[in-house]
Design a protein around this ligand. Sequence first.
Ligand code: TYC
Length: 106
Amino acid sequence: MPDKDDDKQEEHGLTLKTRPKTQKPSMYKVLLLNDDYTPMEFVVHVLESIFKKNRQEATDIMLHVHRRGVGVCGIFTFEVAETKVAQVMDFASANEQPLQCIMEKE
Ligand code: TYC
């Protein structure tokens, strides 16, 4: 069996550390930011519809953001995180709410 297909590389009499065959994708947190204007029920709706949270989870996250200023809605690969941020920002804008959503590399 060729060396490159082995889990352990045997070279020059040394067994080297296992070489990963795949790389995990970088993950991105999607964060909601608090503001003084967006209604709580609007934020709960965003968390249910875009982040697929149930009513209790959505309420807990919304209240965390309300009290602490920022909170995590989910952790996704880059393209999914980008899409979620755009969906929140478009929905907030369409409804004239100042709600802000950002992403941050984990
Ligand atoms: N602070 C808002 C209020 O009192 C509620 C709110 C929560 C707004 C979370 C944004 O991301 C947010 N109506």
